[in-house]
Ligand binder design. Structure first.
Ligand code: HSE
Length: 401
């Protein structure tokens, strides 16, 4: 019997307990040993909950219990999750987490501590919720040189953009509706400003390079400036707008970014709608592969945490290799990246734009006060200089090739 402790009895933590209970026959068979939840750590009490008797408030009870071999950290945030995780790993207890903030901030250090103490720090649920993406990068694609990852990694923003696309609604209205329905947080900043997707692409980029990509080095732009007019133009161009998180290993160095992009109908990420996430990976031998599913939610995320628990149970006393060193990756400036841009400017700047950009393709949806166009391919630096020269724009959106 392997005893487990769950830290944090919120959405994901209660999901972990539910997954272990619901699928216990399958899970125990796959783990080759029976798994049981012995403790649930939370500040609150849960009177009437079937697991009420397992709730404890003192973390030391878990640390000091030699029967507890695996800990599921589903608290979120870095405090006290960082200290709790480190203390557990130093005692040789494996930790499985859904906590992307902690993995992005301290992943390589915690992986190293786990290795030194013959246990595991696993984080399948930290990116893409229930979608298997950490394991494919870590095990399945080890024969590949991965040169590009493109992901829709945030369910909240994908839901908002999908609604804006389908209903022609504006950002603020859809956000409010999503909050009222409980799909978006009351404080939506981490999602709508792209910070959540930034943490997730930092984790994937680190696994892609085998070194540490700091989330602080990743250029991040959210979706708050996207309007219903932008979607009108997108439709006219047979495209949609998605918040993409990408990593590129190029001749000019490695870079990663999060920003809204226009993508065409024929791009595999075009059809990833609502709260769904997807990760599109390019390797030099395999070519393209895509991983799709529910990127958030209680049971999908908990399922990924429990899959890590099963892996820990199968590898007791052994560390599963994870190639994520502490050495920092030099992240190149995005200003050197080349792409086409879609631009909206006030109508009176039309001549100036034609002079600055040369060949451009007009996009007309009948908004008389403005002039909109697609540029030729150019570097972000060139683009910024030209826009500055004409005195700014109403909005600009990058176009995915
Ligand atoms: N807020 C996140 C999202 C939850 O909307 O995708 C999953 O990390």
């Amino acid at each position: 019997m392997i005893q487990i402790a769950v830290l944090g009895y919120g959405t994901v933590g209660s999901g972990v307990v539910e997954v272990i209970e619901t699928n216990k026959t399958d899970i125990n068979k796959k783990a080759a040993e029976d798994l049981a939840v012995k403790y649930i750590l939370d500040l609150r009490d849960f009177p009437g909950d079937p697991y009420e008797s397992k709730v404890v408030h003192d973390y030391n009870m878990i640390l000091n219990d030699p029967e507890v071999k695996i800990i599921c950290e589903t608290m979120g945030g870095t405090k006290p999750a960082y200290d709790f995780t480190k203390q557990a790993l130093l005692l040789g207890k494996s930790v499985c987490t859904s906590n992307k903030e902690l993995v992005a901030a301290h992943g390589p250090e915690l992986i190293k501590i786990a290795k030194e103490n013959h246990c595991n720090y696993l984080f399948e649920a930290s990116v893409g919720g229930g979608i298997p993406i950490i394991r494919p990068l870590n095990y399945s694609l080890t024969a590949e040189h991965i040169d590009s990852i493109t992901g829709i990694l945030n369910g909240t923003t994908n839901y908002i953009l999908t609604k804006m696309d389908r209903e022609g609604a504006d950002f603020e209205d859809v956000l409010k509706e999503a909050q009222d329905k409980g799909y978006a947080e009351r404080n939506p900043e981490a999602d709508v400003e792209g910070y959540d997707a930034c943490r997730k692409i930092a984790i994937l980029s680190s696994l892609m390079t085998g070194k540490n990509v700091s989330y602080e080095d990743i250029y991040t732009e959210g979706i708050t400036k996207i309007s219903s007019a932008d979607f009108k133009y997108a439709k006219q161009m047979n495209k949609s707008i998605k918040l993409l998180a990408l990593s590129r290993d190029t001749e000019n160095g490695f870079y990663a970014m999060v920003a809204p992009f226009l993508i065409s109908r024929d791009h595999p990420l075009f059809s990833v709608s609502d709260v769904f996430n997807a990760v599109y990976v390019h390797g030099n031998m395999l070519g393209d592969s895509m991983y799709y599913g529910r990127g958030a939610g209680k049971l999908p995320t908990a399922s990924a945490v429990v899959s890590d628990v099963v892996d820990c149970a199968r590898h007791q006393g052994k560390t599963i290799m994870c190639f994520w060193d502490e050495e920092k990756v030099e992240v190149a400036d995005v200003t050197g990246a080349r792409r086409k841009f879609f631009v909206r400017i006030p109508a009176e700047k039309r001549e100036a734009a034609m002079a600055a950009f040369g060949a451009l393709a007009e996009v007309n949806v009948g908004l008389a006060k403005e002039f909109a166009f697609m540029t030729q391919e150019m570097t972000e630096r060139d683009f910024d200089e030209k826009i500055e020269k004409i005195g700014g724009c109403i909005n600009r959106i990058r176009i995915m090739a």
